[in-house]
Every structure is written in structure tokens, then in C-alpha cells.
Design a protein around this ligand. Structure first.
Ligand SMILES: Nc1ncnc2c1ncn2[C@@H]1O[C@H](COP(=O)(O)OP(=O)(O)OP(=O)(O)O)[C@@H](O)[C@H]1O
Ligand SMILES: [Mg+2]
Length: 465
């Protein structure tokens, strides 16, 4: 039943008999207040509107139709049932066009009125339920951020916590492709502002002389070409939401000064404007630049750095969380396989070793691109290292495979055949080296830090297997 939750109902009617009769009938189930004028009811709503209003059309002072417009404008969620005299039936119908839920005709029949009220409250209940479901859906179905390494789990936990405030500035630092933009989205959707807009500004992509008008907007005629109407800035567009300043290290010193003023005062002027504007928004910023060094070189304001980074999040590079490499690779293999209409059963052991040994200077973005290529070119059923394109000459020059234990996949609980892994590693690197050296054995041997004879010995051994 709808009336299990206590709903509040206003009765606005100048006839005392109606106010008393209806409130007596409703009071056991609902929280009822009565008003003889619309003005008094609108005033009372300043402390919070009721769920439902029974509104008479023929009122002294402000009439019901006028009150309907005002109340719907101020409190669109409040349901209104119009009470109309039989002679005024047309008004009742037109009131529905203006947003009334339904109308009832005088003389009132309590049974019919209760059914109409019940229907209205049921609609409110369903609406609330849908909103609740939508909110939960949004929160639970965010794009999937992959990573089970301790390093990334710590970051996610921290983000979950700091996202809860609606306006604390957050600065995300990390190498290129580590997922900074991704995390900015995660902050927005986990924050109380998630129903508001998420506006992204790529500070590096906007020409220096336009950044101010892009961020703060401009008044009409502020500069030649400003247009006749003026424009809202991105800060204003991000009201009650999140403003994501990507590549914030690329802001000019001039724009930095203006941004700082906004962050400190919450106020700004449009370009060419004289009226102070106020906006509530959370500023999340990100950069892959070394801001400390930029501050030393006077390229970035220290005060702005402190203000942007009230909360700082350092995203670990993929090389620092190598146990995520294969997980992320598998995720993208599945995603791209589906996109390209292919079914991959997994990643071949050799390919796994290659992915684990690679130096991921481009982080997750690079890994994603490599897997996309492999999934597109690969014939399956497993993803093969030859399709990844990470062992060609160029990459070998720029990407030195890592030395030491960190380069290897974790030991699965079920154990491994170490000799077989050893052999597949030998095979992988010997073949790769030969490919890069275009078949020249001494060059290939050099790439593997072996002398020519040892290389030949291993190569031969593998060929006879
Ligand atoms: N943990 C992750 N799980 C899934 N996808 C990820 C993850 N991290 C990054 N990505 C993906 O990698 C790509 C690069 O991420 P993003 O654009 O957020 O990086 P960035 O840190 O902003 O890089 P840059 O500094 O170059 O702007 C995106 O396609 C993103 O979806
Ligand atoms: Mg980015």
C-alpha cells in the first residue's frame, strides 16, 4: 500500500467544509495541512513542499490555475490534484495540460477522491523507486576499471573516499596512459555531484588566447568575434557537477592566475564582464608533467598547485604494477575479440611472457592498443605474440625489456612447468632477436648479451626440439 510511507498532503480550498471534511478523512493515513489561500500554502512550502496538493480552482486572491503554474515551476515533483466545480470542467482539463496529475469535481465523493489520491501517491512512489534504481545502476555500471594489484586497489579505495565530498579539488598525477581521465570520471560518478555534468577541458588543446573565454565565458561584444549573445564558460557549464581540467600543466601562467582566483573565491568574471559570477563545482585536474620541476622553473604557480591538489592521487605506472598486465590484457582481448567478432580462448604462454617482459612506457593505453592490434590481426584461437607488433626493431630500440624478477608473471597456485617456461622464453627471445637482426646470428647474439657460440648452441637445440 502506498500509505505505508507517510506522505504529506496540502488541502488548499477556501470552503471550510471541504478543508475539514477531506482532512478528517485523510488524517489517519497521511500528514495533512490545510490552507484557505494559495498564497499561504506557497509560503508554507518554503520549508519543503508536500508530496501532494489538492488545489481548488476558485480561490480568493491567487486562483488555482495561477498557483498551479507557480508551484509546478518551483517544485516540479509535487503532485497536484485540481478540485473543480462542475461548471468549470474545462478548466480542470486544461489544468491537466499544465501539469496537474488529475482533477476531481465538486461535490466531492470521498471514495473517488481517495482512489485518485492513492494513484497519485503510487506514481510518486514508483518515480522515487525508479530514481533510486537509476542512481544505483549508474553507480554500479561504471566503465570497468581493471586492476587487482595492491597499488591500484589502494588508489581506488582512496578515490572512493575522497569522491564523497562535493567540492574538494583533486589532482591526479601519473604517467601518460595510466588512466587519469578514467579516474576523473570515476570520481565524478562516485561523488554527490554525479547527477550534474562532467565537463572536460583539455588545457593543452585550447589555444592560449582562448582558454580564458573557454573557461570563464564571455559577455556579448567582449572582443571582436565574441558574437552578439556572449557565451557561458565551461566552469559555468559544470555547475553542480565536476570540471575536469586535463593536462593542467599546460595552462599559461595568465590562465593559472585566473583559475586560482576562482578556486579560492568560488567567483569569477566573464571575459568583458563586470558582474561577479558564482559557481559550485568540483575541480578535478590531471597532468603527466612533473609539476614540482615546473614550479622550480617558474612555469607553474606553487599556490595553484597546492589549491588544485588539496587531495593528490598518484596513479602507479603499469611497470610498477606488473601483476595487472595480464589481467588487463585479457580484459581487452575479450573486449576487442567481441568487437571484431572473434573468439579467443586466451593468450599463448609465449605471448604472456612477451607482455610481461615488455617495458610499458605508454602504460594501459599502450597495452590496450597492442591488444587491439593483436585481436584484429590474430587468427586465434590464442593471442599470438607475433600479432602484437611489440618485438619489431623500433620498439626494441626504444623499449628495453626489464631485467630481474619483476618482469615475470606471478606463480599460479597450480604451479608451472619451469623447464617449459624457460624453453619458451628462450625460443621467444631467440626468434625475436633473429627477426630484429634480420637473421644475422652475431647481431642477434649481441641483443641477448650472449657470445655467438652460446647463441648458436641454444638456437640449434631449440630447432631440434
Ligand atoms: N585500469 C584500467 N582499466 C581499463 N582501462 C583502462 C585502465 N586504465 C586506463 N584504461 C584505458 O586506457 C586508456 C588511457 O587512459 P586515460 O586516457 O585515462 O589515460 P591518461 O592517464 O589520461 O593519459 P594521458 O596522460 O596521456 O592523458 C583509455 O582508453 C582508458 O579507457
Ligand atoms: Mg588524459
Amino acid at each position: 500500500m502506498a500509505n505505508k510511507i507517510t506522505y504529506s498532503i496540502y488541502i488548499i480550498d477556501d470552503e471550510e467544509t471541504i478543508r475539514e471534511g477531506v482532512s478528517m478523512a485523510l488524517e489517519p493515513d497521511y500528514q495533512v495541512e490545510t490552507f484557505s489561500t494559495a498564497e499561504a500554502a506557497v509560503k508554507a512550502m518554503e520549508n519543503g513542499p508536500p508530496d501532494l496538493i489538492l488545489l481548488d480552482i476558485g480561490l480568493p486572491g491567487m486562483d488555482g490555475i495561477k498557483a498551479l503554474g507557480i508551484i509546478k515551476g518551483l517544485y516540479p515533483d509535487t503532485m497536484i490534484i485540481i478540485i473543480t466545480a462542475y461548471e468549470d470542467l474545462d478548466t480542470g482539463i486544461s489544468a491537466m495540460k499544465s501539469g496537474a496529475f488529475d482533477y476531481v469535481v465538486k461535490p466531492l465523493h470521498m471514495d473517488a477522491l481517495e482512489i485518485t489520491i492513492h494513484n497519485a501517491l503510487e506514481t510518486i512512489r514508483l518515480r522515487k523507486e525508479i530514481r533510486h534504481l537509476q542512481e544505483n545502476y549508474l553507480k554500479e555500471n561504471l566503465p570497468c576499471f581493471i586492476g587487482e594489484s595492491k597499488a591500484i586497489q589502494d588508489v581506488m579505495e582512496f578515490i572512493e573516499m575522497v569522491a564523497k565530498s562535493p567540492d574538494t579539488p583533486i589532482l591526479i598525477l601519473g604517467e601518460t596512459g595510466t588512466g587519469k581521465e578514467f579516474l576523473a570520471g570515476a570520481i565524478h560518478y562516485r561523488s554527490p555531484n554525479f547527477k550534474g555534468p562532467l565537463m572536460t577541458v583539455n588545457c593543452a588543446a585550447i589555444p592560449k588566447d582562448l582558454i580564458e573565454s573557454e573557461l570563464f565565458g564571455y559577455e556579448k561584444g567582449a572582443f571582436s568575434g565574441a558574437g552578439a549573445t556572449g557565451k557561458k564558460g565551461l566552469i559555468e557549464e559544470a555547475a553542480n557537477g565536476t570540471l575536469f581540467l586535463d593536462e593542467v600543466g599546460d595552462l599559461s601562467l595568465e590562465a593559472q592566475a585566473k583559475l586560482l582566483r576562482f578556486l579560492e573565491e568560488g567567483e569569477f568574471y566573464k571575459v568583458g564582464g563586470t558582474k561577479k559570477q558564482q559557481v559550485q563545482t568540483r575541480v578535478v585536474s590531471a597532468t603527466n608533467k612533473d609539476l614540482d620541476r615546473m614550479i622550480e622553473k617558474d612555469q607553474f604557480r606553487k599556490d595553484l598547485y597546492f589549491r588544485l591538489g588539496v587531495i593528490k592521487v598518484q596513479v602507479p605506472s603499469l611497470n610498477e604494477r606488473r601483476d595487472d598486465i595480464l589481467r588487463i590484457a585479457k580484459h581487452f582481448l575479450y573486449e576487442f575479440g567481441r568487437k571484431f567478432g572473434k573468439t579467443f580462448t586466451g593468450i599463448s604462454p609465449l605471448t604472456e611472457s612477451a607482455l610481461m617482459a615488455y617495458n610499458w612506457t605508454g602504460n594501459v593505453r599502450e597495452l590496450k592498443n597492442v591488444i587491439e592490434r593483436g585481436a584484429l590481426i590474430g587468427k586465434g584461437p590464442e593471442l599470438e605474440d607475433k600479432d602484437l607488433g611489440i618485438n619489431s626493431g623500433n620498439e626494441a630500440e626504444t623499449n628495453t625489456p626489464l631485467k630481474g624478477e619483476t618482469a615475470f608473471p606471478p606463480l599460479p597456485a597450480t604451479g608451472i612447468d619451469l623447464a617449459a617456461v624457460h624453453e619458451s622464453l628462450d625460443r621467444h627471445y631467440i626468434e625475436a632477436a633473429l627477426k630484429i637482426a634480420a637473421g644475422n646470428e652475431s647481431k642477434a647474439a649481441k641483443l641477448l648479451n650472449m657470445n655467438h657460440h652460446t647463441f648458436r648452441y641454444h638456437h640449434k637445440k631449440l630447432q631440434t626440439k
